[in-house]
Design a binder for this molecule. Structure first.
Ligand code: HEC
Length: 140
């Protein structure tokens, strides 16, 4: 027989565990491929995060963790030594021909101004650093 005294804590435990799995499940339902550690963002990076959400997240993922449509930007390939800030401005201006992945080409996004791209770059770099992605010499 189950001791009545443990029923309360047991029920609470079940609620907590169920809640945890519910949450894990919800996160699993976003399309994002990698789980990204989100640091406290500077104001510029927060503006960048909003712009990213509007213009880039559909392909690159909510926290730039990648989707079926595009690669994660929080990835060693995109460390500042291999993809300088300039590559972000060029990507929006000209689009990107598929060369690192098999997602196809990135279209040009000329409606996203350089001003906004610089906020997005601040955002990506801060999140990269929080996830251990730092400048490496270009050797790829
Ligand atoms: C329609 C999907 C799509 C959208 C929207 C999109 N991208 Fe991309 N992006 C891609 C794909 C796919 C690649 C990978 C191309 C490859 O290297 O194979 C890519 C690559 C990149 C790269 C790497 C460029 C390089 O030189 O290799 C950068 C930087 C980038 N995207 C930034 C952005 C930013 C910033 C936004 C929002 C303003 C954005 N992307 C929106 C699909 C997208």
């Amino acid at each position: 027989m189950v001791d009545k005294k443990i029923l309360g804590p047991l029920a609470l435990g079940i609620v907590i565990v169920a809640g945890y799995f519910g949450l894990a499940n919800m996160q699993g339902n976003t399309d994002q491929k990698l789980s990204i550690k989100m640091p406290e963002l500077s104001e510029t990076a927060q503006a960048g995060a909003r712009a990213f959400g509007q213009s880039c997240a559909a392909c690159h993922g909510k926290d730039a963790g990648g989707t079926d449509q595009g690669p994660p930007l929080i990835h060693p390939i995109y460390n500042p030594g291999h993809h300088s800030d300039q590559s972000f401005f060029l990507a929006a201006q000209n689009g990107v021909r598929a060369h690192h992945w098999n997602f196809g080409n990135m279209p040009a996004l000329r409606h996203v101004s350089p001003r906004v791209i610089s906020d997005i770059v601040a955002y990506i770099r801060e999140v990269q650093r929080a996830n251990g992605i730092v400048t490496q010499k270009h050797k790829m």
